[in-house]
Design a protein around this ligand. Structure first.
Ligand code: 8YV
Length: 327
C-alpha cells in the first residue's frame, strides 16, 4: 500500500528477516549480495524513507548530503557505526540506529578462539596434517605458549570486552583492562579485573592484548608504532574490533621482526584488502571479519533492525538510537 514506508536494504539479509520486512514495509532488497556501488547507494538514499546499510556501506557526509528529504532513518545492520557520519546525519535530522548486544557473545567467542589459536598454533597444526607432512608426535614439535596463568589486557571494556573477560577467567587468565573510565565496581569485582588508567603501562605488561573498543577518531591507530613497541616480545595481539584501531603497517613490521610473538586478526584497515605483508607471516591467524558471523546472531540482528524501523515509522524513538556523543 501507498502508506507503507519505503525501506532500502543494501545487502542480502537472512530470508526470514527479508520476508518480515516485506510484510511490514515497502521493502527494496539488494538480492545480489554484493555491496552497492557508491552511485547505487546514493540513488537509494535519494529515494527512500529508511536505509538499512551494513558495515560495507560508507555513509559519509557527501552521501548524506545527496540523500533525499524523505530519508529520516538509517537503521544499520551491525553494531559498529564508524561507517556512518553521525554528525552529518544529525545535522540533516536523520536518526541512526544500530544492533548492539546481540552479537556480544558470538564476538567474545571468536576472541577466545583467536587467543587459543595463535599461541597454541592451531592453524599451523591443521596445515601440517592436511599437507600430509606430519611424521608423528615428538617431545619438542609444535610447541606453543601456555594460556593459563597469563595476563590478558582488554582494550575497551564495553559489552564485548566484559564477555571476553568472563570467558578468559575460565581459561585461567588474569584480566586487566583499559577503558575511558573504570567499569562499575560490581562488574570489576565479578570479573576480578584490574583497571589500568594508563594504556601504555598496560600494553607493556600484558601477555595477550585483545582490542574490543569501537573505531572512533579517538581510537584510530590506538595501537600505533610507539605502543606496539611497548609490547613484550612474547606477547600476542588479537583484533576483532576494527582494523583502523591498529597501525597495520607497524604491526606487520613488529610481527616480521618478531618484536611481538603473534597476532590473531579478524578485521583489517581497508577491508576486504589484506595487507600483503600479513600473508607471508607464520605467526598470525587471519579471519575474514567473521567475529559475529553466526546464523542465530544474524537473525537477532535482523530482528533488531526490524524493531528499530517499526518503532520509528510508528512515530516513537527506536530502542537502539545512536547518539553522536556516545562515540
Ligand atoms: C557485523 C561488525 O558483521 O557489527 C559490527 O560492528 O563489525 C560485524 O560483526 C557487521 O557489522 C554487519 O554489518
Amino acid at each position: 500500500p501507498q502508506s507503507k514506508k519505503r525501506v532500502v536494504v543494501t545487502r542480502k539479509l537472512p530470508d526470514p528477516v527479508e520476508t518480515r520486512m516485506m510484510e511490514l514495509f515497502s521493502t527494496v532488497l539488494n538480492l545480489s549480495d554484493e555491496p552497492m556501488s557508491r552511485d547505487q547507494l546514493a540513488a537509494a538514499a535519494r529515494d527512500c524513507d529508511v536505509l538499512v546499510p551494513t558495515v560495507t556501506d560508507r555513509i559519509d557526509g557527501s552521501l548524506i548530503e545527496q540523500a533525499g528529504e524523505r530519508l529520516k532513518l538509517i537503521a544499520s545492520f551491525g553494531t559498529g557505526v564508524d561507517h556512518i557520519d553521525l554528525r552529518a546525519a544529525k545535522a540533516r535530522g536523520i536518526t541512526v540506529t544500530n544492533t548492539p548486544g546481540v552479537l556480544t557473545e558470538d564476538t567474545a567467542d571468536m576472541v577466545m578462539a583467536l587467543i587459543l589459536a595463535v599461541p597454541r598454533r592451531l592453524v599451523e597444526g591443521n596445515a601440517l596434517i592436511t599437507s600430509g607432512k606430519w611424521t608423528g608426535w615428538a617431545p619438542t614439535r609444535m610447541l606453543g605458549h601456555r594460556i593459563h596463568g597469563k595476563r590478558l589486557g582488554i582494550v575497551g571494556m564495553g559489552r564485548i570486552g566484559q564477555a571476553v573477560a568472563r570467558r578468559a577467567r575460565g581459561f585461567g587468565l588474569s584480566v586487566h583492562y583499559h577503558n575511558r573510565k573504570p567499569v562499575h565496581a560490581d562488574i570489576e569485582n565479578e570479573l576480578e579485573a584490574t583497571y589500568w588508567d594508563n594504556l601504555d603501562q598496560m600494553v607493556g605488561r600484558m601477555d595477550i592484548l585483545s582490542l574490543n573498543c569501537p573505531h572512533t577518531p579517538a581510537t584510530y591507530h590506538l595501537m600505533n608504532r610507539r605502543r606496539l613497541a611497548l609490547m613484550q616480545p612474547h606477547a600476542y595481539v588479537v583484533n576483532t574490533a576494527r582494523g583502523e584501531v591498529v597501525d597495520q603497517e607497524a604491526l606487520v613490521e613488529a610481527l616480521k621482526e618478531r618484536r611481538i610473538a603473534g597476532a590473531g586478526l579478524d578485521v583489517y584497515e581497508h577491508e576486504p584488502e589484506v595487507a600483503s605483508g600479513l600473508l607471508d607471516l607464520d605467526n598470525v591467524v587471519l579471519l575474514p571479519h567473521m567475529g559475529s558471523a553466526t546464523i542465530e546472531g544474524r537473525q537477532d540482528m535482523g530482528d533488531k533492525v526490524i524493531i528499530n524501523v517499526k518503532t520509528f515509522v510508528d512515530g516513537h524513538t527506536p530502542p537502539d538510537r545512536v547518539i553522536e556523543t556516545m562515540f
